[in-house]
Write a protein that binds this ligand. Structure first.
Ligand code: PMT
Length: 318
């Protein structure tokens, strides 16, 4: 079934309640960094949901823990970028991603002395915590990162378009790094029931419709000067590169980072009109906890610099 147009999608799906607040934050952030000639990257991260009910009890989800996006955001900060981190609520975030589950609590010790109780970091955890905490504090003190969050695919698109409207003025210094896992299917708003679907009525038949691909207006209309990197996730190796190439040809953006679900944390393939380049972590690097995003982001930053030069843009060093 053909998808409706992107204009139709925005006409039918109303903006989320906190949209105007987020739009103001995005505008202020982009204007502030643009004024200093900074490079700004929009990193999208995590999966979008498609609600099956307006009062949502059930939803269809796209798989993504947010590892790629949250880790990449840290490396972009290190490279001197201002980062808009647009993420799925409750998915991994930069810096705190290192302390999921019980890790942070395990690093602390407590002297239980009633009203004089003290809590401190265990001596052998200081080396782990200190460098991350220092980078976190520095990024926030410099106002170098802005967090905005989404849950559903329509919230994602409203935020994406608002961010693009602000980034349009930044021209070639803007980068879009679209690592979020975005739904290809949804249920049009007028077909979504208000209340929880009742099992007493029998098994529901739910027809999903195609979501319009937002990369098309994004590249051509919203941020025509920006360096746009999209991601391609597949589970079948034989489809990966052909689909990445097809996306580049169709949307005419700068790069597709192709990855397989099974190997995404130690292998990515950068596909651009001129080159196909693989980044693979060795077994030792995987064991040492090296992030593949470190090399991935370095290479993309290098290519972004060439893009800026080609457009006569001068950049302030990191
Ligand atoms: O978070 P992790 O667990 O670390 O996993 C990272 C990742 C595997 C999710 C990430 O590396 C990744 O591949 N993200 C993109 C997944 C995805 O949505 O691929 P896709 O083939 O469905 O979409 C391709 C591109 O089209 C995406 O950049 C997306 O922004 C764009 N798109 C998708 C749907 C849509 N309606 N409009 C779009 O523009």
């Amino acid at each position: 079934m053909a998808s409706g147009s992107w204009e139709e999608f925005f006409a039918v799906h109303l903006p989320p309640p906190d949209f105007e607040d987020n739009r103001s934050l995005l505008k202020e952030f982009c204007e502030r960094h643009d004024q200093y000639g900074n490079k700004i990257v929009l990193v999208t991260s995590g999966g979008t949901t498609v609600p099956l009910e307006h009062n949502t009890v059930r939803f269809v989800d796209n798989f993504s823990a947010g590892t790629r996006g949250s880790s990449s955001a840290e490396y972009f900060l290190e490279q001197g970028y201002a980062v808009i981190f647009m993420h799925r609520l409750k998915s991994l975030e930069p810096f705190t991603r290192h302390f999921t589950g019980q890790k942070l609590l395990d690093m602390l010790e407590i002297q239980d002395r009633g009203p004089n109780t003290t809590i401190s970091v265990k001596p052998d955890s200081v080396d782990v915590l200190a460098p991350i905490l220092l980078r976190y504090k520095a990024a926030h003190a410099a106002g170098a990162i802005l967090h905005v969050s989404f849950t559903s695919v329509s919230e994602y698109f409203w935020l994406l378009r608002a961010a693009c409207e602000c980034l349009a003025n930044v021209g070639a210094r803007a980068m879009l790094y679209l690592a979020a896992a975005v739904s290809d299917f949804y249920i049009p708003k007028d077909r979504v029931p208000t209340h929880k679907i009742q099992s007493a009525s029998g098994a529901p038949i739910i027809q999903l419709h195609l979501v319009p691909k937002m990369l098309a207006p994004l590249v051509n209309l919203w941020v025509p000067e920006a360096y746009v990197v999209s991601f391609k996730l597949e589970t079948d190796e034989s489809l990966l590169i052909p689909k990445a190439r097809a996306a580049l040809e169709k949307y005419k953006h700068k790069m597709v980072v192709a990855n397989l679900l099974q190997t995404r944390h130690h292998r990515v393939i950068l596909v651009s009109p001129d080159i196909t380049q693989e980044i693979v972590l060795t077994r030792e690097e995987v064991h040492a906890g090296v992030d593949i995003e470190s090399s991935l982001v370095s290479e993309i930053v290098r290519l972004h610099a060439l893009h800026m030069c080609a457009r006569g843009e001068r950049v302030s060093p990191p």
